[in-house]
Design a protein around this ligand. Structure first.
Ligand code: UDP
Ligand code: MG
Length: 316
């Protein structure tokens, strides 16, 4: 019998976690092939999520582990904590909001069983449920990321993945604080098989990913997995020097041979603003990398657990 560890991030998911659990129960309660270890990570929820999780753990024979963080640390930290707690032959990362139905994990497990060469099974969004503009922006991000970084991301590939122990160990060996999970998955490699899916609508609550948070996440992805933006500063500097040389040459020709006086004021203002802008832009890029070095050098823990609860009789 294979053990599947389900790592479930929960941030204000009251109402959803019970539906989630019921779906897991219906899918696996009579299974002869798989047993389930549920790892719920409560990411500093301010609603009734933690109590609902505790109730679930009391009423079931499935092993349930609950890690409750001292505050909201973000989904990336949650996934790291969940992976550390996972002991199964297979580990699956799955959201608590029912957009990724637990019954779909069965297919992933069967693929891993059937093909020893596949290390990881990943669902990717074939059609996006968000608006046209958002899908376009997300599409552009994937394109940019694949151009500038060494890791290659598959369009629409989600965190909804199941993988073997070797992949889990590899993911845990990357101990960085700035955790861009999509990039980390690609960086560790392994054979990944992709399955298309369309995420369902959220049952309760709202998405925690606003446009600003997504923008920050995208920026983090680029800075974490590429140093190309730093080279951009060098290239911009070179191009500007070249252009200013050409401009000087043109002005001299006009003055000496044609006798045209170039009115200087607008040109100077425009150039000062342009060069000032480019310099600030480049300092901003360098700043992004320095801030990452700063945060990593502090070596703060990735998360802090306030409460740990389990119904696992072996642990008690
Ligand atoms: N989540 C979390 N911490 C956060 C934000 C989200 O643990 O700071 C969890 C959330 O409870 C859900 C999953 O991560 O189970 C995905 O979040 P959400 O549904 O808001 O993202 P979306 O599906 O809109 O991308
Ligand atoms: Mg969601």
């Amino acid at each position: 019998m294979k053990k599947i560890s389900m790592v479930v991030p929960c941030y204000n998911e009251e109402g959803n976690v019970k539906l989630f659990f019921e779906d897991v129960l219906n899918t696996y309660k009579d299974s002869k092939k798989y047993k389930i270890e549920l790892i719920f990570v409560n990411d500093g929820s301010s609603d009734n999520t933690l109590n609902e999780l505790k109730e679930i753990s009391k009423t079931t024979d499935f092993v349930v582990k609950i890690l409750s963080f001292s505050r909201n640390f973000g989904k990336e930290s949650v996934l790291y904590a969940g992976l550390k707690a996972a002991t199964g032959d297979y580990t699956v990362l799955i959201d608590a909001d029912m957009q990724q139905p637990p019954r779909m994990t069965l297919k992933m497990a069967e693929i891993l069983d059937a093909d020893k060469l596949v290390d990881c099974v990943c669902y990717y969004q074939e059609s996006r449920i968000e608006g046209k503009l958002m899908s376009k922006i997300k599409g552009m991000f994937y394109g940019l990321m694949n151009k500038v970084s060494d890791v290659k991301l598959k369009q629409g590939a989600s965190d909804f993945r199941m993988f073997r122990k070797n992949v889990k160990e590899a993911l845990l060996s990357l101990e960085e604080r700035c955790r861009f999970t999509k990039g980390i998955f690609s960086w560790v490699g392994f054979n990944t098989s992709y399955l298309p899916y369309t995420p369902l609508e959220r049952v309760n609550g709202t998405s925690k990913w606003g446009s600003y948070k997504l923008f920050k996440y995208a920026l983090e992805g680029i800075v974490s997995f590429s140093t190309k933006p730093l080279k951009l500063a060098t290239i911009l500097g070179l191009v500007l020097s070249l252009l200013s040389g050409i401009y000087l040459f043109v002005v001299l020709i006009q003055k000496i041979f044609i006798g045209i006086d170039i009115p200087g004021y607008p040109t100077i203002i425009t150039l000062i603003l342009l060069i000032g802008g480019i310099q600030l832009f480049c300092i901003g890029i360098i700043g992004e990398y320095i801030s990452k070095i700063y945060m990593e050098s502090k070596k703060r823990p990735i998360y802090i657990v306030k409460e740990e609860i389990t119904n696992d009789k072996k642990v008690k």
